[in-house]
Design a binder for this molecule. Structure first.
Ligand code: GAP
Length: 438
């Protein structure tokens, strides 16, 4: 967290006012990392011929949330501590700390054991607001708690406009809001976050096979972007723990420093969503198969990843502290973010070895050539070793140094972040060299 703040990945929201609980801002490097994660996901999903994208509104007709079951079911049990007035999720009390001066620093369940908690009440996690100037019950709308419903209500619009046939999917990336009772663990449980969801519509009876397919695809996506395999696992929901809409569900979990935590859910939602929207809207959402002349309500296989949670997992996964040799042969500790090159916020840094003999001019020319193709950084301050360390800390995969040999043969050194190996490359070949490796 300290590196994330110091190097501009993540800041507390409204920090100068003391912050707002459960909300975070992405800084200059954080926004690049987040965009790269979302871009990789978007490409993986929508470069396929059987998946289309949408970007639906955050505010939706309030009946959507009755149909989806959120008004009725999207609740957590809440208890109040009678001493300190703090609120806790009754089912997560073991992890919570009491705020009462008498119990400060003690786990909240100690209070409960002494009868200091109110009875549990159900608390709906949706944020309410109003459309238009009159704040009455007729104008209530909700900030969406998931992006999925924007996809379900557009199922037929997308299917008919893109002329897709079952099976096909709809993908969306966007903000979601949940008034979590307790936010915790940095970006893990926040009140405002981003989701990357894809709903795949299939013929009933083929759902089990597609569920298995998407489960594997999604696990491979995290691994393919460099996430360490032994820090990833599936967790199947037990039948009595399934969400109201799910027939089967697996989480992809990442081993965070605080333990295993879900980063994505893969759900077999069967016909729940489309049938409910048919019921509540009175409109048919059935698919007619021209070939077999069958008409049916498709089943849905959902892949629902948190962009913000994935961001945190990629950040944690990349963070390494290791021994590295200095220029004079001693060993020192270096912090390095070993991001996959596709995710790294900055792709290359360019350094003149010294600020004279025409080296800065050559380095600036190289920077200008590369800048139109990728995010690069120019740095001419301090010893080269220190410049390397600064780039290691933000995960820049390549550092290019212009030195005295460059003046003779136009070659530069390219140093790779993880191996720290250096190669001499003729500057005219640099772009092709980097593109191949990025
Ligand atoms: N449409 C299904 C759905 O929303 P979910 O398991 O509630 O399922 C999916 O959420 C993903 O969204 C989670 O795996 C997680 O990555 C992310 N997510 C959910 N609540 C979150 C929160 N409060 N803060 C950050 N990410 C959250």
């Amino acid at each position: 967290m300290s590196l994330a703040k110091r190097r501009g990945f993540v800041f507390q929201s409204s920090e100068i006012y003391g912050g707002l609980n459960g909300c975070w801002d992405y800084g200059p490097l954080g926004v690049e990392l987040l965009r790269n994660i979302k871009e990789q996901w978007w490409q993986t999903m929508t470069f396929r011929e059987d998946v289309e994208g949408v970007d639906a509104a955050i505010l939706m007709h309030p009946t959507v949330w009755k149909a989806s079951g959120h008004v009725e079911n999207f609740t957590d049990p809440m208890v109040d501590c009678k001493e300190c007035k703090a609120r806790f999720r009754a089912d997560q009390i073991e992890d919570a700390m009491c705020g009462s001066p008498a119990y400060k620093g003690r786990k909240a369940h100690k209070c409960q054991a002494e009868g200091k908690f109110t009875e549990a009440r159900q608390f709906n996690l949706m944020f309410k607001t109003f459309v238009g100037p009159v704040e009455d019950s007729g104008s209530v709308v909700f900030l969406r708690p998931e992006t999925a419903q924007g996809i379900f209500v557009n199922f037929l619009n997308v299917q008919s406009s893109s002329r897709q046939k079952i099976p096909f999917g709809i993908a969306q990336i966007g903000k979601a809001f949940r008034n979590e009772i307790n936010t915790k663990n940095f970006l893990f449980r926040t009140r405002e976050f981003e989701q990357m969801e894809m709903q795949f519509f299939v013929k009933p009876g083929t759902d089990v096979e597609w569920f298995g397919y998407w489960k594997e695809q999604r696990m491979n996506w995290f691994r393919g972007l460099g996430m360490q395999a032994d820090r990833l696992q599936f967790h199947q929901h037990e039948p009595d723990k399934l969400a109201h809409y799910a027939k089967d569900a697996y989480d992809i979990e990442y081993s965070f420093p605080f333990g295993w935590g879900e980063i994505e859910g893969i759900h077999n939602r069967a016909a729940w969503d489309l049938s409910r929207h048919e019921e509540f809207s009175g409109k048919s959402l059935k698919f007619f198969d021209e070939q077999t002349k069958e008409k049916y309500t498709p089943f849905v296989i959902e892949t629902s990843a948190g962009a913000s949670r994935s961001f945190m997992a990629f950040l944690v996964d990349a963070y390494v502290e290791e021994e590295a040799p200095t220029a004079d042969g001693k060993m020192e500790l270096r912090t390095v973010m070993k991001f996959h090159p596709k995710l790294a916020p900055t792709k290359a840094a360019i350094f003149p070895l010294v600020n004279r003999d025409g080296m800065p001019e050559i380095a600036r020319n190289i920077e200008a050539d590369l800048r139109s193709q990728m995010r690069v950084f120019y740095d001419d301050s301090g010893a080269v070793g220190r410049r390397y360390r600064r780039q290691d800390e933000v995960g820049t995969p390549f550092c290019i140094t212009v030195d005295s040999q460059t003046l003779q043969d136009q070659s530069v050194t390219v140093r790779e972040r993880d191996s720290m190996r250096q190669e001499r490359i003729v500057s005219g070949r640099l772009l092709a060299y980097l593109k191949e490796r990025l």
